[in-house]
Design a protein around this ligand. Sequence first.
Ligand code: UDP
Length: 491
Amino acid sequence: MATANNDKKPHAAILTSPGMGHLIPEVELGKSLLTQHAFDVTIFLITTDLATARSQIHQQTSHLKTAPNVVELPQPDVSSKLGPDPSLLDRIVVTMTESLPSLRSFILSMKHPPSLLVVDLFGTEAIPMARDLGMQPFVFLTTSAWFSALTIHLSAMDPNQVENTHIKNREPLPIPGCEPIQFEDTLEALLDPLGPIYEGYSKVSKVINGSDGILINTWQDLEPSATKALGDSGILRRFTNGPVYPVGPLVRTLADRDTGSVHVDNKVMRWLDRQPTESVIYVSFGSGGTMSEAQIRELAWGLELSMQRFVWVVRPPIEGDASGSYFDVGIGGHGSPEYLPKGFVERTKELGLVIPMWAPQVEILGHAATGGFVTHCGWNSVLEAIFGGVAMVAWPLYSEQKMNAAMLSKELGVAVRARGEAEGGGVVGRDEIARVVRRVMVEEEGGAMRAKVKELKASAEKAVCEFGSSESLRQFRTYSRAASEAKARGA
Ligand code: UDP
């Protein structure tokens, strides 16, 4: 059973799930709790790519005087539990489930066990275990308040109604207090409301709602209606057991980097130093994003046709799997990009730079020469783009990215959407790619979008200061402390 730490400091355990898009903000949360809110922090690492995860954590924490304690849980052998061609979701869920026994025994062996456990969307199976071990369970949703609102509301939705209205009639899906979700932006998990994936998501929704509280990587000014709906007197609050804290933006920033890191690729930074202000578009599809050979070819041609300077993170083609590098990111891998159209690198050598596998994204987006970003709209990329003050071409691939793309283009007016057949599984053509790149980089609307992103950047910076999201973390600390003291008194 968990006992209070000797010095009465709250001790937060953070359970990560596979995928850099979760690990990165979870480490940022740990850093913030440790350095600004006087928590002890232990990060329990569940990953399928240990070398990359280690190096990422090192990059994010090595410059700190005191870093969070990191426990690498043994990687479970999940092969016998999965079918021949498991989905991304199945692999994550099974990996998390199979890691629980080692998490449990590690916590039981700790001299000063954590007083609370923070899990993400994929770690909810650890919540009953946390309660059993006397820890308060919290959930950190590493994406938008809008997606979080959907997730929280999901278990209260009638799947038959979703099937009849949203799926069959393609009507927008209402979420109380928030923008409805248009059918073309909906999640894959909602496409079959009477099927097992939807049912699993609905169960996860219930478990999240039953946790002691929910932390979301957003801030009020970015998403005023969704954060209001989730707030203490909001319309969605009745669905959750505990409060909802908008604790974002928790994001790596230039001010907080490890300048000695091996990831700061000097070649790209030196190249950017030589380019005019806001003249370069950065093209990257997150840690997991992969494309077909045909799509890579069209993208190469589209960039060339746009005649704009670019930095493009390329990965080998994978047919029929938009999240092909989710489990094995390949930082440090170089691989020569022979899959690009013949002569492309040579023809564009004055115009652009191709980086295989992985680039120092925060540094690139924060460089004065970068003015645009072709992005898959992963939430971390969105937040990093805001801090970089760049306009976006929204090119969502999977998960909740279409919702993020809709928010960026329709509500916030900081992105144009790359329309094409890609969202139906086809290929976005070169002309469309050249057109959206030019809209962002050359046309007046691109300048207007950059001006709007800079306003968002100012609001993000305000949020991380004393009276913004860090205030939410302070409230979280007070709340978790009070709840644990009440529990100790048997109240
Ligand atoms: N990232 C990076 N270099 C790359 C690709 C990705 O540093 O070449 C980082 C990016 O800065 C972000 C994270 O990986 O912090 C990706 O998270 P996001 O939520 O954008 O997308 P996901 O990978 O989860 O789809």
